[in-house]
Design a protein. Structure first.
Length: 845
RNA sequence: GGGCGAAUGGCGGAACUGGUAGACGCGCACGACUCAAAAUCGUGUUUCGCAAGAAGUGAGAGUUCGAUUCUCUCUUCGCCCACCA
């Protein structure tokens, strides 16, 4: 029998789709639109299995929606600015641009071979000036709206390479390349005022009902809203400072205050700049660990000042003021009051410095003698030892009442605080979008005029190992305008800016005068389904949401606040790990199976140690190259396997056995196809086809439901069931017409999963154009007979097949005929019967 | 330390709003074809038991005629955040 030749067939269809522009889309207001978007890739060189999974999931949806009659926008582009290009360029002495572009062309070819239904006419690349020109316009637009500002911030500085390091480039406090100890340095940086939208970004989450809850919770915590108040503490004995303000969520514990602590970066610190002991303390603070966990668990240390702070609720309560390592300047006001009895961290500090511990919350009413040992009490209760606050129910009543009091007495103000910080967008890198700013002789920042955009990146073919490349481009830096000389900003934008609006660009990728066309954006936006890895749950998705807010701000043309209506986060692709006897990682390519044992190809006598299943990574050598796999098994097999086995939101395990089985399954489907399309003789015409029609409709319903639930792994199971049923049905005496008609519907239903195979079979049966998603008929699906479960005392004792919608007493009659069931009744008296029609009868004796 | 989620055969997983637990696949076993192997096809495959039957969805309780599904407590694992005042 002729085998299915995926090589010829897949190539044929991919060329057909390209030639006919099958997936190119235009605005069409007579049709409902569907914008299906997968997170665009960074062009690192080759596609990996994670891409295969991501884009297959998206493609299944895009093809399904398209068959359903939606006008589907399914674009692809390249997130092509970023450090890997710079690193590769330095290593190989070539330009980041050439490296990036050759990667893009290779990966584009690879993606096409997956048979994705992408409108390639809309392809964009963030490193092209056609793209970043508009990004520079947006920067200036936000600048005009007052959403951009400049301020000093600490960066990681590598003193040897003379460059700024990203956090992930700092390893154990040392530069990843130079190994030099990293310094903290203050630089002027540009910021987006994302915190202006803290409330909107938080509130907007409530309406995102098609987002995974997990992601919403993560964003909510990231934004970190807390309700409390600012309290002012008078300082008794200072000539420099009258008072220090603190933010607190627990003003009701003020009577338990035993110290006041401020950050070493607090304005107060400038009065201690020359104090040797303070300097030493500050140094000590900066040496504690580098990992976040070690910072959190580091010992609490303090530097006692001579200052005394006065409790605003009772002027006789006076406490010492400390600098402390656990107080962050970035949150609140960089100052806290310590209440050791009810906060573990404060308690640790108080015990260390022998400060008073006064309980002011007691678990029970009127238990003033409640004692704190080494565990702070953080539970609910009643306020005590607190003068006029005593007896208030804590925390609900006590916090509100205390804030009311403080506000009335002008001692404090109600305040909502966010953890979210403004977005620093300056990067001291070459391969990014230049910031369209220039400085005059006095160092004052000016916008680069709109007509001078884009500020193009100069071509640099050889990147120096040290410093910021743009800073050395003397010619490029100089700008003359109206007889004045300026110097360009040499920082580029964080690449997260590039990806914060690309979904808008896809709506009108060739629009010249603005980043997008409002008419097009209004039609296509929001993205109906966004699909990508959960690792972007916070930053990318939050920044994109901010960008929509910022563009809509003071702009009536764009009434859109949320870019992504639906979000789906897929799991990772994993593989077994292997090691040789010397504990070196071994790639699956180097292994073969002999007599059921995994052995090294080049030396069969060496056995392999099989390690845990982990997400594919180069360091563990457990990666599989998608291109090789597509060459060997074909795109449809790859698509089928990457969807099978695990639900898309969970991790999936890649295995050789699995992909082979999918390959074989497609071959089986092909032989079934040959049987159906070829060998039916017209003489068999006895069967009306009821069973086949019923099955077809049931199949379509299952596929439709599973598509809508993202239960793609179950669809693969449905395909297997379909094969086995259709194979059996072939023995029945249907007319050719009946068989082909139903088979075609089935082929269309599997098209989103295995498009090449499906299109080929349909086309061989004469169907090529105007293919529509088959509908199912609810009436046809209904079974005339049902199996009713017979339970006795809640235990299943038998099944009775009856006609649908039958009366309870008839079923009981039937049961009486079944010896196997009756023996469990044991002639006992029936106390109760529960009958659920068409499902179950439970007899209680 | 805080938050979120998960736990079902040898393995990946299925089970709609509580109603036949283990669909489908992998693996394994046996059989057919073959001189033989591969490929292919067929049968079986939760555990205990010869069987009748019994037990069974991480552990323990609860609600219910009935719980993988709902509630509570606990255990283990995973992910995210983390000195957040």
């Amino acid at each position: 029998m002729e085998r299915y030749n995926f090589k010829i067939t897949e190539k044929k269809w991919q060329e057909y789709w390209a030639k006919n522009k099958t997936f190119s889309t235009k605005i069409d207001k007579t049709k409902k639109k569907f914008y299906c978007l997968e997170m665009f890739p960074y062009p690192s060189g080759k596609i990996h299995m994670g891409h295969v999974r991501n884009y297959t999931i998206g493609d299944v949806l895009a093809r399904y929606k398209s068959l359903e009659g939606y006008n589907v926008l399914h674009p692809m582009g390249w997130d092509s600015f970023g450090m890997p290009a710079e690193n590769a360029a330095r290593q190989n002495m070539l330009s980041p641009k050439d490296w990036t572009e050759s990667n893009i062309s290779n990966m584009k070819m690879q993606l096409k071979r997956l048979g994705l239904s992408i409108d390639w006419d809309r392809e964009i690349s963030t490193c092209s000036s056609e793209y970043y020109k508009h990004q520079q316009e947006f920067f200036l637009e936000l600048y005009d709206k007052g959403l951009v500002y400049r301020k000093e911030q600490y960066v990681n500085w590598d003193p040897v390479d003379q460059t700024v390091l990203a956090n992930e480039q700092v390893i154990d406090g040392k530069g990843w390349r130079s190994g030099a100890i990293v310094e903290r340095r203050k630089l002027n940086q540009w910021f987006f005022n994302i915190t202006k939208f803290s409330s909107e970004l938080l509130k907007g989450l409530e309406n995102l009902d098609q987002w995974p809850n997990k992601v919403k919770v993560m964003q909510k915590n990231w934004i970190g809203k807390s309700f409390g108040c600012e309290v002012e503490f008078k300082i008794e004995n200072s000539s420099n400072l009258n008072s220090i303000s603190c933010f607190t969520t627990r003003p009701d514990t003020l009577f338990g205050m035993s110290f006041l602590a401020v950050s070493v970066d607090h304005p107060l610190s400038k009065f201690y700049e020359d104090d040797e002991k303070f300097k030493e303390f500050k140094k000590q603070c900066s040496t504690t660990g580098t990992t976040e966990e070690s910072i959190a668990n580091a010992e609490k240390i303090g530097f006692k000042t001579e200052l005394i702070a006065i409790n605003p609720l009772d002027n006789n309560l006076k406490v010492p003021v400390y600098f402390a390592n656990f107080v962050l300047m970035e949150y609140g006001l960089g100052a806290v009051f310590g209440c050791p009895a009810h906060d573990q961290r404060d308690l640790d500090f108080a015990l260390k410095y022998k400060l008073k511990v006064t309980p002011v919350v007691s678990p029970e009413l009127n238990k003033e003698k409640f004692k704190i040992q080494d565990k702070a009490y953080t539970g609910p209760g009643y306020i005590c030892n607190s003068s006029f606050l005593n007896g208030l129910k804590c925390p609900d009543e006590s916090i509100i009442k205390t804030i009311e009091y403080l506000e009335n007495e002008k001692l404090g103000t109600k305040k909502i605080n966010f953890r979210l910080k403004d977005w620093g967008v300056s990067r001291q890198r070459y391969w990014g979008c230049p910031i369209p700013i220039m400085y005059d002789a006095e160092g004052k920042a000016h916008k680069v005029p709109k007509e001078m955009l884009p500020v193009e990146l100069p071509n640099i073919n050889r990147l120096e190992p040290t410093g910021n490349p743009l800073d050395k481009e003397i010619k490029w830096k100089k700008v003359s305008l109206n007889g004045k000389n300026y110097v360009r900003e040499t920082d580029t934008l964080d690449t997260f800016v590039d990806s914060s609006w690309y979904f808008l660009r896809f709506c009108s990728p060739h629009n010249k005068n603005y980043g997008f066309d409002f008419e097009e954006a209004k039609y296509w936006m929001p993205v109906d389904q966004y699909i990508g890895g959960v690792e972007h749950a916070i930053l990318h998705l939050l920044y994109s949401r901010f960008f929509m807010q910022a563009l809509s701000y003071k702009n009536n043309n764009l009434n859109l606040k949320e870019p992504f209506k639906g979000l789906f986060t897929q799991g990772m692709v994993c593989h077994e790990t292997y090691k040789d006897p010397e504990n070196n990682w071994i790639s699956p390519d180097e292994i073969e199976i002999k007599n059921g044992e995994k052995v090294l190809k080049k030396d069969n006598s060496i056995q392999i140690k099989i390690g845990p299943i982990e997400s594919m990574s180069k360091s563990k050598k457990n990666t599989i190259d998608p291109e090789k796999i597509i060459n060997t098994y074909g795109a449809d097999s790859v698509r089928l396997f990457i969807l099978s086995d695990s639900p898309p939101e969970k991790d999936v395990q890649w295995s050789e056995e699995g992909i082979i089985s999918c390959f074989k399954f497609i071959q089986k489907l092909w032989s079934l196809h040959l049987k159906i399309s070829g060998e039916i003789e017209e003489k068999h015409k006895k069967d009306s086809g009821t069973n086949l029609i019923k099955f077809t409709h049931q199949f379509i319903k299952k596929i439709t439901d599973n598509l809508n639930n993202f239960s793609y792994n179950v669809i693969v199971a449905n395909l297997h069931e379909m094969y086995s049923i259709l194979s059996k049905e072939m023995a029945n005496e249907y007319t050719r017409e009946t068989i082909v008609e139903n088979y075609k519907k089935i082929l269309i239903a599997v098209m989103p999963i295995i498009p090449h195979f499906s299109n080929e079979c349909l086309s061989l049966l004469g169907t090529r154009d105007n293919i529509k998603w088959p509908n199912y008929d609810k009436v046809i699906i209904e079974e005339d007979f049902v199996n009713i479960v017979v339970q006795i005392n809640g235990k299943k004792r038998g099944l009775i097949k009856t006609k649908k919608n039958i009366q309870e007493d008839i079923i009981l009659e039937n049961i009486k005929k079944e010896k196997n069931i009756m023996k469990h009744l044991n002639n006992l008296e029936i106390k109760k019967k529960i009958y659920i029609q068409n499902k179950l009868i439970n007899i209680i004796v």
